[in-house]
Design a binder for this molecule. Structure first.
Ligand code: SF4
Length: 372
């Protein structure tokens, strides 16, 4: 990947240095990045800066989601909605449907809110500074730093989990995460060069992803080995130090999959607020604590029928709990739709995995061998 930047040969550091950073070599990092950095659809190389709309969209999609999953969603979003005003003008339901499968759906609702704010209150222009960006829905300190550095070339602090790992190893940070975040941010600010501010965090992320990996760091051929304490000590695998995680609490629930005589399924639109808010889903109970007293049994079915519970529950992990979802299935052969409870926003539709959130895709997959 050709990229010749004369300024990589003479790199100066941010003057506010609070750690001993004399050994860290941004020139070596940039040289590695110029040869091995990923070409991503939202990425530009210094001195070109990527459009803020693209950087923002990709950063929101990348929260909790890997690059390979994000790429087709990013391309689809930017094809449908080429700029922030187009996205803001789209109905929220269209945005949620396009987001289906990416998970963490609050992100999509915040994305739409933030697009509205930028398009209709800020004249279609994203703020360049961290403070202004943090005023937008769904943008925390990391995302604000990333957008201001990558889209605007600002010298902000950008520390995600990948950068944390590289710096914790380089400086053998023994404080466990998450307490170490402050220390690692200070290291980042101290070693951040003045040159190529948009490339620096992206180079570190790619380097972490390709060389300083979680399980098999390539210390023997690492271009940053000279400055790396953990690499020299052979202790890379011990960093970053993490506070032991508590196991996630377990929840149970039942999803009800009803087929009509034409092979359509009963799908509901979930309430806008809460888990899988606003998404299409099979009727389900017990797991989302909307009815905490429910014991999640067949008595909770949306209508009386011959329900059969499949042997194997579907398993799904949310950020704050692990779910065992039983799947109850029935087929109505009469051609007569049953009465549904009042207030339920439901329709008989041919289910398409692409329209469903990940949990409900798993439910659909579980029933298909039995009810193709
Ligand atoms: S020497 Fe090893 S631990 Fe250190 S930065 Fe390189 S790959 Fe990572």
């Amino acid at each position: 990947m050709p990229n010749n930047h004369a300024d990589t040969q003479m790199v100066t550091h941010n003057s506010d240095i609070s750690v001993n950073d004399s050994a860290f070599d941004p020139v070596a990092l940039f040289a590695w990045y110029d040869r091995h950095g990923r070409d991503l659809p939202w990425r530009h190389r210094w001195p070109a800066l990527a459009p803020a709309y693209h950087v923002w969209l990709s950063e929101i999609m990348l929260q909790q989601t890997v690059v390979a999953t994000v790429i087709p969603y990013f391309l689809d979003f930017t094809r449908r909605w080429p700029d922030v005003t187009a996205l803001a003008s789209a109905p929220l339901d269209d945005v949620l449907a396009a987001w289906a499968g990416l998970g963490y759906y609050a992100r999509a609702r915040n994305l739409h809110k933030a697009a509205n704010k930028v398009a209709f209150e800020l004249g279609g222009i994203f703020p360049a500074d961290v403070g202004g960006l943090r005023d937008l829905p769904g943008i925390g300190p990391y995302t604000a730093g990333a957008i201001s550095a990558i889209a605007f070339g600002q010298h902000s602090t950008v520390v995600d989990g990948n950068i944390e790992r590289v710096l914790a190893r380089q400086y053998a940070v023994t404080t466990p995460l998450p307490a170490a975040k402050v220390e690692i941010s200070a290291i980042y600010a101290a070693i951040r060069p003045d040159q190529r501010p948009s490339d620096f965090p992206q180079a570190l992320m790619d380097f972490a992803n390709a060389v300083c990996t979680v399980k098999a760091p390539g210390c023997s051929s690492c271009p940053l080995a000279t400055s790396c304490i953990a690499g020299r000590q052979g202790t890379a695998a011990s960093f970053p130090v993490k506070t032991a995680k508590k196991p996630k609490p377990a929840r149970r629930g039942i999803a009800f999959v009803a087929f009509d005589a034409e092979g359509r399924c009963l799908l509901v639109k979930r309430p806008d607020k809460g888990l899988l808010g606003g998404m299409l889903a099979f009727p389900s109970v017990g797991w989302d604590h909307r009815a905490p007293d429910s014991v999640a049994s067949l008595d909770d079915a949306p209508f009386a029928a011959d329900w059969v519970i499949l042997d194997d529950p579907v398993q799904h992990v949310f950020t704050h709990f692990a779910l065992d979802m039983q799947v109850a299935v029935t087929r109505l052969d009469t051609g007569i739709s049953p009465d549904l409870p009042d207030g339920i926003d439901a329709n008989w539709v041919t289910p398409r995995a692409a329209d469903l959130p990940s949990l409900m895709r798993k439910v659909l997959k579980a029933v298909q061998p039995h009810y193709p």
